[in-house]
Design a protein around this ligand. Structure first.
Ligand code: ADP
Ligand code: MG
Ligand code: MG
Ligand code: MG
Ligand code: MG
Ligand code: MG
Length: 627
C-alpha cells in the first residue's frame, strides 16, 4: 500500500501562506534529484499498469447495486496478506484511491520488456481481481467501470447510506463519506473549493433521447436546500440547462482509469517518450471510451476527462479570465487536471523554429522558479516544463512537513508535481533510489474486463518499442492536440470523429498533418500504414515464435476491431445496454434497476461469462482465458 504523509493539514488560508515556500523548496529538491540522476542509465525496460476498481455491494432483494464504502476494511485485509508475504507469488499490490468505494492495484514488481513478461499482464490483472474479491464481503465485487452511472443520484447509492451534507465538499449530491477517510482527501476537496472561491461546477451535455425533458432542467437538483447558504445557492447559476450538473471533486476523482508507467533508459529517452506518446493521448482516450452516464443520466459524451478536469479546477474566476487579474495572478488556460502544454524533447533545443511551431500555445510560467532551474543547468524546455507545473499552489500542506531535508526528501516537489494531473507525467527518480527516469501515460479509461485492460496496456507498451526502434516522430502542434482532446469527448468519437495526426511518421521534420479517424490511425488507410500494422511489422522483425505472435495478436486484434468499429467501445455498449433495458423510459434516466442489471452484467463479463452473448458487442469472437 502506498505511503501517505500523515500529519495535520493546514486550512486553505494557512496553506496559502506556505505556497511559495513549498514551491521554492520543491524546486530545490528537483534540482538535487536532477543533479544526482541526470547521467543515470538503466539497461532494462521496466513498466507497470495501474487498474482502479469500484467496490459494489449487490442488494439482490431491492435490485440495487450500491457503492460499498468498505475501502479501509478491504485494504487492511489485503495489506495484512501483503505483509505476510502471501501475495509475493502473485506479484500484486493494492493501494487506496480518492473514493472510499475505490481500490487501485498494480503489479508489486514492474514487468520487464520480455515478451514472456508482457504475456503475463492479463494473468496478473486477473489475479488482482481475484485477490481483491477474496477480501470482500458476501455480494461485494470489484468492478471496472470508469464512471458509476448513479453516483450522486437521488436516493441511496452507497452502502451504508449517508445523506449529502458534508462540510468538505458542500455537495448537493455527494456525501463526504464517499471520500477516502485519510485526512489528505477531505482536505484536498475542501481546499480546492476554498482556493477557487466557490464549489467546482461540472456541466456535461445530457443525451437527448425521444422523451427527455425539453429543455432539460434537472428536477433532481435540490435548489431549496439551505444547509450551506452560500454554496447551496450556487447551483441556481452554475447548473446549465440541457446539462448534467455536478458540484464536487468526487464526481471526477471518483472515476476509474487505466494508467501505464514506463522506465526509460535515461533522461533523454524519457523526454523523447513523453513527447512521442502525447499525440496518442486523445486517440487512446476516444478508443478506450467507457463512461456514458453520470449522476443517474445518460450524457451526450463517452469519456470522463472533462468531468475530472472540472472536478478539481481550483482556479479563481480571475485566473480563468472571468474577472480582472489581481496582483500576483496570471491567466491560467487549463485546470490542474488537463492535457499537457509543452513538449520537452531535446531535439527541439537545436531547432528553435520547429520548437515554436510545435509548442505553439501560450502558457503561464513561474518565471522566478524557471530562472532557478536554468541557473542550475536545466535547459529551456525542461525549465519551462517544471516552471509551468509550478504555477500551481500546493493544496494540502502538513504542518509537520514544512521543513524538509532537500537533499533526501521530495515531498515538496511531489506536492506540486503529483497534483498536476495531466495526460502525461514525466517522473524523475525518487531521491536515493535505483529507479530510473519514468514516463506515465494517463488518458485511458478503464475497461470492463482484464482482457481489454491488458490489450490496451500491451498496445501502448508495444508502441513505445516501435517508436524507439524505428525512431518515429508523431509530433503535431500542441494546439492541434488540444483540439483533438475536445473531439475525443464527442459521443461515438471513436467511430465518427476525425483527429489531427502526422501523415509521415518517419519524416521527423514534416509538418504535414491530416484529419484521420481512429480507424485510419490504428488500422491504416491509403498513404498511412496504421499503428497496429506497424506493431505487427516490428514483431515480425523481432522473429517471435508463432505462439507468442498469436498470443500478442489476440490483444492487437481487440484494439484493431475497436478502432474499425467491428466491435463497440465500452461506452457504446453501456449506452445500448441502458437504452434497451425494459425499465428505460427513453428519457435519459438510468434507474436503480437498470444500474443493478448493468453492474451484474459487467461483473459477469469480468469473470469471462457472456462474451459471445450479451457482451458480444465489445468482446464477440474472443475467448476468455483463465488466469
Ligand atoms: P502513481 O504515482 O502513478 O500512482 P504507482 O506507484 O501507483 O504510481 O504505480 C506506477 C506503476 O509503475 C506501477 O504499475 C508499478 O508497477 C510501476 N513501476 C514501479 N517501479 C517502476 C519502475 N522502476 N519503472 C517503471 N515502472 C515502475
Ligand atoms: Mg500515486
Ligand atoms: Mg497509483
Ligand atoms: Mg494514484
Ligand atoms: Mg490511481
Ligand atoms: Mg498513476
Amino acid at each position: 500500500m502506498g505511503l501517505l504523509s500523515l500529519g495535520t493539514p493546514y486550512e486553505w488560508k494557512d496553506a496559502a501562506q506556505y505556497a511559495a515556500h513549498v514551491r521554492k523548496n520543491g524546486i530545490e529538491q528537483l534540482i538535487n534529484i536532477y543533479n544526482a540522476h541526470k547521467d543515470k542509465k538503466t539497461t532494462q525496460l521496466l513498466w507497470g499498469d495501474e487498474v482502479e476498481y469500484m467496490v459494489v455491494k449487490m442488494d439482490d432483494k431491492k435490485k440495487q447495486a450500491l457503492l460499498s464504502l468498505n475501502q479501509e476494511l478491504i485494504l487492511d485485509r489485503l495489506t495484512a496478506q501483503e505483509e505476510k508475504g502471501l501475495l509475493n507469488d502473485d506479484n500484486v499490490s493494492f493501494h487506496p484511491e480518492y473514493g472510499r468505494y475505490m481500490l487501485e492495484a498494480t503489479p508489486a514488481r514492474p514487468y520487464t520488456g520480455d515478451f514472456d513478461d508482457i504475456l503475463r499482464v492479463e494473468g496478473n490483472m486477473l489475479a488482482r481481481r481475484r485477490i481483491a474479491q477474496s477480501s470482500m464481503a458476501d455480494r461485494e465485487f470489484p468492478v471496472t467501470l470508469t464512471s458509476y452511472p448513479r453516483l450522486g443520484a437521488p436516493g441511496q447509492f452507497t452502502s451504508p447510506y449517508y445523506e449529502p451534507k458534508g462540510a468538505a465538499s458542500r455537495s448537493l449530491f455527494l456525501p463526504d463519506e464517499i471520500i477516502n477517510t485519510h485526512v489528505r482527501f477531505p482536505t484536498l476537496t475542501a481546499n480546492i473549493r476554498r482556493r477557487r472561491g466557490e464549489k467546482v461546477a461540472i456541466n456535461i451535455p445530457v443525451y437527448k433521447d425521444e422523451k427527455t425533458m425539453e429543455p432539460f432542467n434537472d428536477p433532481t437538483i435540490p435548489h431549496e436546500r439551505n444547509l450551506f447558504p452560500k454554496e447551496d445557492a450556487e447551483a441556481k447559476t452554475a447548473a446549465l440547462v440541457d446539462h448534467i450538473y455536478m458540484d464536487s471533486m468526487g464526481f471526477g476523482m471518483g472515476c476509474s482509469c487505466l494508467q501505464i508507467t514506463f522506465q526509460a533508459t535515461d533522461i533523454h529517452e524519457a523526454r523523447k517518450l513523453y513527447d512521442q506518446l502525447t499525440p496518442l493521448t486523445p486517440i487512446l482516450l476516444a478508443l478506450s471510451a467507457s463512461s456514458p452516464a453520470y449522476r443517474g443520466y445518460l450524457s451526450d459524451q463517452d469519456v470522463r476527462w472533462n468531468v475530472i478536469s472540472a472536478s478539481v479546477d481550483d482556479r479563481r474566476r480571475s485566473e480563468r479570465g472571468l474577472e480582472p487579474l489581481k496582483e500576483g495572478e496570471q491567466f491560467i488556460s487549463k485546470s490542474r487536471y488537463d492535457s499537457i502544454d509543452r513538449y520537452i524533447g531535446e531535439d527541439l533545443l537545436e531547432d528553435k523554429a520547429r520548437a515554436a511551431h510545435l509548442n505553439d500555445t501560450d502558457i503561464a510560467i513561474n518565471d522566478e522558479l524557471k530562472n532557478d532551474l536554468e541557473k542550475a543547468g536545466f535547459d529551456e524546455l525542461l525549465a519551462d516544463h517544471f516552471g509551468h507545473l509550478f504555477i500551481r499552489d500546493p493544496i494540502v500542506v502538513f504542518s509537520e512537513r514544512l521543513e524538509q531535508d532537500n537533499e533526501n526528501d521530495s515531498d515538496h516537489f511531489e506536492n506540486i508535481q503529483s497534483t498536476n494531473w495531466q495526460t502525461m507525467r514525466f517522473k524523475p527518480p525518487p531521491p536515493n533510489s535505483s529507479i530510473g527516469w519514468r514516463v506515465e501515460f494517463r488518458p485511458m479509461e478503464i475497461q470492463i474486463t482484464d482482457f481489454e485492460n491488458a490489450a490496451f496496456a500491451i498496445f501502448v507498451v508495444l508502441l513505445t518499442r516501435v517508436i524507439i526502434s524505428y525512431n518515429l516522430s508523431l509530433l503535431i502542434p500542441i494546439s492541434l492536440i488540444d483540439e483533438n482532446m475536445k473531439q475525443a469527448h464527442a459521443r461515438n468519437a471513436c467511430r465518427e470523429a476525425k483527429f489531427w495526426f502526422k501523415k509521415d511518421l518517419s519524416d521527423v521534420k514534416s509538418r504535414e498533418y491530416a484529419k484521420m479517424s481512429v480507424d485510419e490511425i490504428i488500422n491504416g488507410c491509403d498513404g498511412f500504414i496504421g499503428l497496429v500494422p506497424l506493431i505487427r511489422r516490428y514483431l515480425h522483425q523481432m522473429g517471435l515464435n508463432v505462439d507468442t505472435m498469436c498470443r500478442l495478436g489476440r490483444y492487437l486484434d481487440l484494439v484493431s476491431q475497436r478502432a474499425s468499429g467491428k466491435l463497440e467501445t465500452n461506452a457504446t455498449w453501456i449506452r445500448n445496454f441502458i437504452r434497451k433495458h425494459p425499465d428505460y423510459k427513453n428519457d435519459s434516466v438510468v434507474s436503480a434497476e437498470i444500474n443493478y442489471d448493468l453492474v451484474a452484467e459487467v461483473e459477469k463479463l469480468s469473470r469471462g461469462e457472456d462474451w459471445n452473448g450479451i457482451g458480444k458487442g465489445i468482446l464477440g469472437g474472443f475467448e476468455y482465458e483463465k488466469e
